[in-house]
Design a protein around this ligand. Sequence first.
Ligand code: GDG
Length: 724
Amino acid sequence: MSRTIIVSNRLPTKILRTDDSLTFQPSEGGLATGLGSIYRQEGNVWVGWPGLFVEDASEEEYVCEQLRQDSMVPVFLTEAEIRDFYEGFSNSTLWPTFHYFTQYATYEQAHWDAYVAVNEKFCRAVLELAGPEDTIWVHDYQLLLLPAMLRRERPEATIGFFLHIPFPSYELIRVLPWRTELLEGMLGADLLGFHTFGYMRHFLSAVAQLLGLSAQNGQIETGSRTVLVDAFPMGIDYDRYVQAAASDTAMQHEATYREALRDVRVILSIDRLDYSKGIAQRLRAFELLLQRYPEWREQVSLIMVVVPSRDQVAQYASLKEEIDELVGRINSQYRTISWTPIHYFYRSFPLEELASLYRLAEVALVTPMRDGMNLVAKEFVASKADQKGVLILSERAGAARELSDALIINPTDTGELAEAMHDALVMPEDEQQLRMGAMQALVRQYNVFAWTKLFMGRLAYSKMKQHTLDTETLKPVVVEQLLTEFHAAPSRLLLLDYDGTLAPFHPNPQRAQPDQELLLLLRALTDNPQNRVVIISGRDRTTLQAWLGHLPVDFIAEHGVWLRAAGEEWQLFQTLNNDWQRELRPILELYVARTAGSFIEDKEYSLVWHYRRADAELGAVRARDLLNHLTFMTANTELQVMEGNKVIEIKTAGIHKGTAAARWLATYQPAFTLALGDDRTDEDTFRAMPPEAYTIKVGTAARSLARYHVASTTDVRKLLRGLL
Ligand code: GDG
């Protein structure tokens, strides 16, 4: 039976050591509350840290056994790992960077090393559990490297990844010394989920800028797989909050609080202790409300719950001091014998007590500086059975994208926030109900079950899509068959594309000259008189001649325009003219001027605009523009506009690698044919091949006419070495 293995840093249960026994408790935090309701279904398992340092093997065994009964598998971490991996890299490097607090970020090599090591530890734990049919769902910023680590061991596995915090602009990501490894780590997944389209856009931009991989419709071609990227705003277990708010316990608590508060109106805020949550700014705004509108004094109190979190990280300890100091100052200044402005709790509450606070409050203040989603906002909405109450929500919480009926504010604008509190307190009941009703409909429908279903559905779809678009991977059995046929054949034709096939791309095409290994390989292949090696390239003949002309290889240059058999003269495929270059070159020059880093390559019978060195996103935009422009200019002419790998080429229609390759096939009538290529222009070669030929696409597995595919130029060379 296939099941889902959920992997996150923390298990949804935390284990506390009390005197001489261990107690198991549900852990707080968005992920635990969100997925806690669903993971137990259908034999699923949750892998993560149980929040305890085990003392000996027997305790470890006991914990494993207890957790196993609740479908959990612990990954035990040491104190040093928690210090360097969790408090260090996760919470002092990634968390501040991803929440736009780079001033708090540290960059410690030892923390990075621990991050790699702990991700590996998780990898081993998952591999031990996961069967080939299982789906692995990795969560959050502590495990960014895990998808690629799993992929390395299990190339066929189904792996999803969801990021619960914001994905920041490329400008912040680029600051990280380990940015490439982190992005590559994430790309090991088949599906990458984010809360909002904004985060997803930032991720795609970072991948384009830093890894040079562009995306279309949220699909990234990594070279070996297509990775789907999408936005899935996470929901809550709606009914659970409705029921908790309606429970007897919640109502009893509410009654007790109400009695103590008398008729004072309540504004509520609930967060983990974190600088991203805007707690201090919120306190200042509340103070401003009391200054600007003295009539609210003794009428309104702020109940502020701050759940202790990460207090081992220095920044959190000083934030705690700042909050303590602010609350003390405001309370001492405004309080009266019978009224406390701020009721401040630095601890966590059981769910029913939390629910009673949601019931009690007329206004919820959810005003983070940055927040991936923020589930408290949705829980407040779900708890309001009578639809009375107002949500004040930061525009920088992911939830603001959905909850547009909240009062949306900029959390740094203290004045705006104070005004929003006032507006909320005077909002007519029918307007409150209208807004709350609309938000409830949304939060009810897009609950955590819908979220999981949507994510899992897309993950299955991405896997299915990979398979239907795939050319078959060149597996060892096929290689064996290929070698047998090759060695048995008296004459063999090898049609080899150059860039991206024999040699990797270089930002400057003129620097992609063959290395020693390649030259020796081609020399050895041509030493055997049974082999005919044809370099079939879009490059100009001068370059090919200069780089490889000393070898007894044949050439098809400029996409079939120029041909040369080994030891003979260059000849044109047919008589051609290039007068059109005079008219079209100025257009390309315009695009060079508008796109820094792009340039023109002149060939005798074609023109090429290269944009590999341009800003990735700008390059893609300009390429689309130029394509439209040229399609218009070349309509009803004998010219053809082709899109290659970060190039756009104009050339005479009807002459391509395929027509030229067909000439070689007709002349030599080889007993064995192998064609290798990486981009669209090589599809013409593949199309011209007889069905028994071995056609192999290099790079992405996306749709190709080739029968097989290999990942990289390294694999190509390995295959060719096998022919020696
Ligand atoms: C991360 C992202 C994203 C809080 N106090 C108590 C308590 N809680 C529960 C809340 C809520 C959860 O903790 C907090 O979730 P948030 O979403 O507000 O924030 P993070 O923990 O920072 O979570 C966040 C989330 O992941 C999910 O993707 O929304 O943006 O930062 O469920 O109710 N629960 C109990 N007692 C408390 O005192 N029982």
